[in-house]
Write a protein that binds this ligand. Structure first.
Ligand code: NAD
Length: 309
């Protein structure tokens, strides 16, 4: 009789700061994977975080968590990268680029020494450009290099729209696309509830979008970092992958002739399943949205060109 070897699902989280640990804790509480490996340049921090989470296992059970190193990436289904510098008050995400791009070169090379088949999920900022760097350094196919993109921004937008419309945000269909950052684009032309367009005046629209775009600045000013909602967004992506959901999520993906935009990572609605990004959905943008989307792409492309020079 042929025996089947059971392979437990494994997520590796690189970077055990605010985002990495909250993501690990979220995956643990929701039992998304059987094994969670924590890796950080500050190994003691990863050890402490793993120990703290292990002490919760009598209340949760069923998940192994440990502080590891790059060899533990072997056989991992998903490797989530949250390592690197984070925004300080007044800093933009792009301000982090030089520092985090060089960290990423090393991290991605270390991962790919041990793992060639997994999915790389990037959260470190500027997330779109670092996803592009990851694609180039890893040599992985683009469907297996995913940035968290504008999934969080779209969640902020849907939350604010839900509040305005007095509708559960899960029933609001609305997208933020483009850069996860200052040039992001709200797709007002397609925002709807049950297929019905939203009737919102221009002043309220502007306020909702400003609060969406500037959410991270407000939170960082108030408490130093954002981590709960991004952890839930990463959990959502992990679930769509591991459960082969074909869920439509606004993640950052490599674009080729998307509304005339190519060779850059940006957030757009994608079908996410066990293969990663299975398909990119072509949004019928209005002319104004197209112009803004192109501007967002041009901004990131010129940052990538600066990085190369
Ligand atoms: P943090 O400072 O709390 O944690 C960063 C961790 O990375 C630290 O533990 C540090 O030791 C580790 N690290 C640094 N260099 C490393 C390396 N070479 N190898 C392994 N580990 C290394 O920061 P944070 O608040 O957790 O934020 C992490 C990143 O996530 C930032 O870039 C932040 O801007 C980004 N972020 C992204 C989103 C999003 O929507 N994509 C949302 C929030 C935060």
């Amino acid at each position: 009789m042929k025996s089947t070897i059971f392979k437990p699902s494994r997520a590796v989280i690189i970077g055990t700061g605010a985002v990495g640990t909250t993501t690990a804790y979220t995956l643990l509480l929701r039992k998304r994977v059987a094994e969670i490996v924590l890796i950080d340049v500050n190994h003691d921090k990863a050890v402490g975080e793993a120990l703290d989470m292990n002490h919760g296992l009598p209340f949760v059970g069923g998940v192994k968590v440990w502080a590891g190193d790059y060899p533990d990436c072997a056989g991992a289904d998903i490797i989530i990268v949250t390592a690197g510098a984070s925004q300080k008050p007044g800093e933009t995400r792009i301000d982090l680029l030089k520092k985090n791009a060089s960290i990423f070169n090393d991290i991605v090379q270390n991962i790919t020494k041990y793992n060639q088949d997994g999915i790389l999920l990037i959260a470190t900022n500027p997330v779109d450009i670092l996803s592009y760097v990851t694609l180039k350094v890893s040599g992985f196919p683009a469907n297996r290099v995913i940035g968290s993109g504008t999934l969080l921004d779209s969640a902020r937008y849907r939350y604010l729209l839900g509040k305005h419309q007095q509708i559960d945000p899960r029933s609001i269909h609305a997208h933020i696309i483009g850069e996860h950052g200052d040039s992001e684009v709200p797709v007002w032309s397609l925002a709807n509830v049950a297929g019905i367009g939203l009737d919102i005046n221009d002043e309220d629209k502007q306020e909702i979008f400003d609060n969406t775009k500037n959410a991270a600045y407000s939170i960082i000013n108030a408490k130093g970092a954002t981590f709960y909602a991004i952890a839930l967004a990463l959990d959502r992506i992990v679930t769509a992958i591991l459960e082969d959901e074909s869920a439509v999520l606004n993640v950052s993906t490599f674009l080729q002739d998307y509304n005339g935009v190519s060779d850059v990572y940006l957030g757009v609605p994608c079908v996410v399943d066990r293969t990663g990004v299975r398909e990119v959905l072509d949004l019928p943008l209005s002319d104004e949205e197209k112009v803004l989307f192109h501007k967002s792409a041009d901004k990131l492309k010129s940052e990538i060109a600066n990085l190369k020079s």
